[in-house]
Design a protein around this ligand. Structure first.
Ligand code: 9G3
Ligand code: MG
Length: 567
């Protein structure tokens, strides 16, 4: 491709509103432009990288036995009404009406679509298992689109779905997909971890997320410092046990604690440890109030609360709701003398608190000498806190450390969540009608592109792994007005292209400083500069990754390039 003919609008300055490296570099290197919040165009260089990533995805999906198809983005509301998700999803699901006022969703995902397609055609166990996938634009009206294409409202996803007669068959395909994902992200040059995840509203059992390690990742990974254990912190179970102090139980005493609300303030004001404070957090779990107790040095894990109650919505109660439910302003609430319509549950660590402190459900007052099993009515003790660094690893080996990750893949064992609600059944070998067992497997293709940039860049720009680079070689004539430089550069461009390399030539009449700065920004693996020594048949080769550069005679050049780029 000739740069004078294509469209690579590079920027000298770092755009102010781009907070993360990949967003900055995609704008500066002319890979993307934002059209509106969360909506982006992928310019020619980004488009070529997307195609490279897609090609890797296709090869691995096909190798895992899946067949590619393409489903509609326009999804009739009836499908989502059958699964119930038309009602359970809120503003994130983009909806529209056609000219006949019929309602549609813009595809946020395709469980309903694929299930309705397969149920009409597959009736016998003999036709199972079946794995299908697509690579298509998804629409999700994110509340806070940010970080460029990392969290957009329109993005490219590979979504695969598998259908099975038995759970064993699903297990087999799940492993094949898991392996395919490991291959895909390795081939994209990513440093990633597969972590045990929370299946959330998807139901089903096993689920893993593929996380690219990055400080700007929104997800927190809890991993063991000695074993292979790694989980999304949302679901990492806590197996720690707590020794109970032997001190005598004291009387319950109400004390004045003027304006002392947080655990920090209370433990300082009363000169007690955080471990002996009881943190009370009021949630709305679907449509009822639940007061969750955790030890003062722990945090409530709202996903665990959600899973404990099998709820679809769990939200922190507002101040008004708190006053309504507990007859007390936030900051002084607690589990003692709580009205019947508030359920109180506690994390396991609470049972080790002796003579603790908690809110008195009276403004400006707390209780001391609190012994929960004596003074309050707890309906359940459960694992309700976030795991912390230093906790014992859930597999019993080593201690937990945290890392931030960008979720680029997510695989689920769905079970019959959709086949039952949408009546996708088959006749098993005994002639009995059964719901199909399903799996689903997603990769954020456009997010993967940005994640690669997050992990492959330096102070001068992007440093593409060769496997996904938009081009392999950047030929740069220093001065296109000098015939020997111009002719040699074009000759090399033609020869490299004929040898099968993908070549970008900067044939613009720009100053060499601009060309080199743009070349570093765009970040192709290899640069061949044709400058003053063109007459002597000498060019300069530069390796983008290492910064190493050296002069090479033209007749050794092809051999040298072959060594560096492989092929
Ligand atoms: O997408 C999945 C599960 C798997 C992931 C792999 C590929 C197939 N889908 C989970 N999820 C996430 N956000 C969503 C947002 C909206 Cl607005 C929606 F309507 C539905 C979903 C939704 O279902
Ligand atoms: Mg996910």
């Amino acid at each position: 491709m000739k740069q004078s003919m294509t469209f690579i609008p590079t920027l000298r300055e770092v755009p102010a509103d781009a907070e993360v490296k990949s967003h900055q570099l995609m704008l500066r290197a002319g890979f993307t432009r934002q059209n509106t919040s969360g909506v982006y165009s992928y310019l020619p260089l980004a488009h070529k990288v997307l195609k490279k990533i897609e090609q890797i995805v296709r090869e691995e999906m096909n190798n895992a036995g899946a067949s590619e198809l393409l489903m509609p983005a326009l999804q009739q509301a009836e499908l989502w009404q059958e699964s119930g998700r038309w009602y359970s999803y809120g503003p994130e699901l983009m909806r529209l009406k056609d000219r006949h006022k019929r309602e549609f969703a813009l595809g946020a995902t395709h469980e309903e679509m694929i299930t309705s397609l397969v149920r009409d055609e597959i009736k016998s166990y003999k036709r199972l298992p079946l794995s299908l996938y697509q690579i298509q634009t998804k629409f999700r009206d994110e509340k806070r689109p940010r970080f460029g294409v990392l969290r957009g409202r329109e993005f490219l996803m590979k979504d695969a779905y598998s259908f099975h007669a038995t759970h064993e068959s699903l297990d087999e395909v799940y492993v094949k997909m898991f392996t395919a994902y490991q291959n895909i992200f390795s081939r994209c040059g990513l440093d990633f971890r597969a972590v045990i995840a929370d299946s959330g509203a998807m139901g089903g059992t096993d689920t893993h997320e593929f996380m690219v390690l990055s400080d700007i990742g929104e997800d927190t990974i809890a991993y063991s410092d000695t074993s292979q254990y790694a989980a999304n912190i949302e679901m990492a179970p806590v197996i720690a046990t707590y020794e109970k102090s032997t001190e005598e139980q004291k009387e319950l005493v109400k004390i004045e604690t003027p304006d002392q609300k947080t655990i920090e303030e209370i433990s300082t004001f009363l000169n007690v440890s955080k471990e002996s404070c009881i943190k009370s957090v009021l949630f709305k779990v679907d449509d009822k109030f639940v007061l969750v107790l955790v030890r003062g040095d722990h945090e409530v894990n709202d996903i665990k609360v959600k899973n404990l109650f099998g709820a679809s919505v769990v939200e922190l109660a507002t101040a008004e709701e708190t006053i309504k439910a507990l007859k007390c302003v936030p900051g002084f609430i607690g589990p003692i003398n709580v009205s019947e319509d508030v359920e109180v549950v506690a994390d396991h660590a609470i049972s080790s608190v002796v003579n603790g402190v908690c809110g008195a459900n009276e403004e400006q007052f707390h209780f001391q000498g609190v012994n929960i099993e004596r003074d309050a009515k707890i309906t359940q003790l459960a694992d309700l806190r976030f795991i912390q660094e230093g906790d014992i690893s859930p597999d019993g080996e080593g201690t937990i450390k945290f890392a931030k990750g960008i979720e680029v893949g997510h695989v689920f064992k769905l079970g019959t969540r959709y086949s039952e609600s949408m009546n996708a059944t088959f006749l098993d070998e005994n002639g009995r009608t059964q719901p199909m067992i399903m799996g689903c497997y997603g990769i954020g293709v456009s997010r993967t592109l940005a994640a690669i940039i997050e992990q492959h860049n330096d102070e001068n720009g992007i440093v593409w792994p060769e496997s996904v680079a938009p081009f392999q070689i950047h030929v740069i004539p220093v001065n296109v007005k000098n015939d020997s430089q111009k002719d040699l550069a074009e000759k090399l461009y033609t020869e490299f292209t004929q040898s099968g390399y993908e070549v970008l030539i900067d044939d613009r009449a720009e100053r060499v400083g601009v060309k080199f700065a743009d070349s570093d920004l765009i970040g192709l693996p290899l640069r061949v500069t044709v400058g003053k020594k063109a007459e002597e048949g000498i060019v300069e080769v530069k390796i983008r990754k290492t910064g190493e550069s050296f002069e090479v005679s033209v007749d050794e050049l092809h051999e040298k390039v072959k060594q560096i780029l492989g092929n």
